[in-house]
Design a binder for this molecule. Structure first.
Ligand code: AMP
Length: 564
């Protein structure tokens, strides 16, 4: 066969530095606004940001950090963290964002596993750094993201970020790096076992930034003022720190104050049009809005992901506040974007209920990501919106192995996400569970997320988690654990009655438990493992009369496998 004809285009490697260089040159005066740890509001521009990112690169090179070595960050969303995103990666080192909400032992494990040379930290984490330093002997230095006047009182000797930058000129020329070289490192906050590292490349991150900016994706634009609530220490704030300079969007960083009032005030002051975060954060913001009778004057769109966005939350944003919710799904191993719920032209002509039903799902794959659902035998399942299966993905911003781990997690070239999903004839993904959270009742699967979504639609319910409880007849049955809104009252019977007509009878929770609070992971997801342990000895009322004449048998469809 004759070889294909070589193209004649410039061979410009995809480097992250090009995104900031573009913003500095073509959106140079666009602002980056940060609520600082110091308490004030800091403002500067993309042009200023690039100069300081270069100063940081020069400072790290002076400290003898070599390309390929890791530099950790323990920091909130702010301009200095953004400088680290570009200053560290711009000369070939790897920016390793660390989640400070993990247990100190997990953080020490991560820092040592990544072999971080230096760690940049916000001064709020001074005590954490003092606890970590003795456990992380290979870290050459801890750099406080502050000037000399704001250095905290610490046992650990630290360097001042501003002093390091002040000694440099910021005239560095970004080198041209191999686009396949490593740029960023993020660890998954798994609920079991040690965290695992996803090591991204310049190429994967630049492609991801382009994909994130597409109109039917996150659709960032130079017309937007963007406030990422999703932390920069969690999967690179879903790529916003890369997509914002790519598009020239104004950036607004909230720092450490993520309560409803602080977010609302910053959104209003900076005319924020666009935001992104996990459902838990929006619970706080919506509660504040309701109590204060506040309205948004500029916010138009928000991306919600990281856990399933309850339809009730989507309705509140859209119907009460006129804010479009974009439901998105992804994971650390995918940089993270996989799917987003946006309608095409034909879908947008459908009746309102049909449109809403689609938008409540996790959506369609972004070009670049391919997905499929497979059954227990590994075979493809149909895209009929009914068949549940294990979700597998592949694409240029999906990992093919974990950092410093032998073997590959891939199955036939696909990454198994650990999520269980349906895909409908529109190509819309609906995540029904993590595979370990799905409730396996008599050989059939019940989606815990669907049952949670119904509970949180009840006006008395603030938050809900559905877990499997042992059952002598069905193996597992659903228990719904709820937190009530302050001052609200609700009985078990009232909540169960609320499910009537919303799910098939055999999906009805067998019991309700009321708690003051639910356990969350460091990234705001429900910690179901902990909850299952907490309710390990819970006896379902249906378990007591689960003999051969178990009343459940009358409720289940005749054709539903073991349930029949
Ligand atoms: P992480 O790697 O910490 O971002 O977690 C990724 C996991 O979060 C996914 O595998 C899903 O289980 C869950 N997740 C993310 N987005 C969504 C969503 N929109 N709906 C349901 N689960 C989600």
């Amino acid at each position: 066969m004759t070889p294909p004809l070589s193209g004649q285009m410039m061979d410009v490697p995809l480097n992250l530095s090009s995104l900031l260089a573009h913003a500095a040159r073509h959106h140079g005066d666009t602002e980056i606004v940060s609520r600082r740890i110091e308490g004030d509001i800091h403002r500067y521009t993309y042009k200023d940001c690039e100069r300081r990112a270069k100063q940081l690169a020069e400072a790290l090179i002076a400290l003898r950090v070599a390309p390929g070595e890791r530099v950790g960050t323990l920091a909130w969303n702010g301009y200095r963290h953004l400088e680290a995103y570009f200053g560290v990666t711009g000369f070939g080192a790897v920016c390793h964002t660390i989640n400070p909400r993990l247990f100190p032992e997990q953080i020490a494990f991560i820092v040592n596993h990544a072999d971080d040379r230096y760690v940049l930290f916000d001064t709020t984490f001074a005590a954490l750094v003092d606890a970590l330093a003795p456990q992380c002997p290979n870290v050459l230095g801890w750099i406080a993201l502050a000037d000399d006047g704001h250095l905290p009182d610490m046992r650990t000797p630290v360097l001042s970020y501003e002093t390091l930058l002040g000694a440099q000129r910021g005239e560095f020329d970004w080198p041209v790096l191999d686009e396949r070289s490593a740029s960023n490192l993020c660890y998954t906050s798994g609920t079991t076992g040690h965290p695992k590292g996803a090591l991204y490349t310049h190429r994967s991150q630049v492609l991801h930034a382009y994909a994130a900016s597409l109109p039917d994706s996150m659709a960032l634009s130079a017309r937007d003022s963007v406030l990422p609530v999703v932390p920069m220490f969690h999967v690179n704030a879903w790529g916003i720190p890369h997509a914002a300079p790519l598009t020239g969007a104004k950036l607004v960083f909230p720092g450490k104050d993520l309560d409803g009032r602080s977010l609302y005030e910053l959104m209003e002051a900076e005319r924020v049009t666009y935001s992104a975060g996990v459902p838990t954060v929006w619970l706080g913001l919506l509660a504040y809005m309701r109590d204060a009778g506040a309205r948004f004057s500029s916010l138009q769109r928000t991306v919600i992901g990281g856990s399933a966005c309850p339809p009730a939350m989507q309705r509140t944003f859209e119907d009460e506040y006129g804010v479009q919710v974009i439901h998105a799904w992804g994971m650390t191993e995918m940089s993270p974007l996989g799917t987003l719920a946006k309608l095409n032209w034909e879908q947008s002509q459908r009746p309102p209920d049909a449109r809403r039903a689609l938008l409540e799902k996790q959506g369609r794959a972004i070009c670049g990501v391919d997905m499929k659902i497979v059954g227990d035998d590994g075979r493809d399942l149909p895209w009929d919106g009914v068949a549940f299966g294990d979700l597998h993905v592949r694409g240029p911003w999906v990992i093919d192995r974990y950092f410093r781990q032998d073997g590959t997690p891939l199955v036939d070239g696909w990454f198994p996400t650990g999520d269980v999903a349906t895909i409908d004839p529109d190509g819309f993904l609906h995540i029904t569970d993590r595979s370990k959270d799905v409730i396996k009742s008599g050989g059939e699967w019940i989606s815990s997320i669907d049952l949670e979504n119904i509970a949180v639609a009840h006006p008395a319910v603030a938050e809900a988690a559905c877990i499997a409880c042992a059952h002598p007849r069905w193996t597992e049955r659903p228990l719904i654990v709820v937190v009530l809104r302050p001052g609200a009252t609700l009985t078990r019977e009232e909540l169960l009655a609320f499910y009537e007509g919303k799910v098939v009878k055999w999906w009805m929770p067998d019991d309700v438990a009321f708690v003051d609070a639910l356990p969350h992971t460091a990234t705001g997801k429900l910690q179901k493992l902990k909850l299952r342990e907490q309710f390990r000895h819970h006896v379902l009322p249906t378990a007591l009369d689960a003999g051969p004449d178990c009343p459940l048998t009358a409720d289940v469809p005749r054709d539903s496998g073991a349930h029949g």
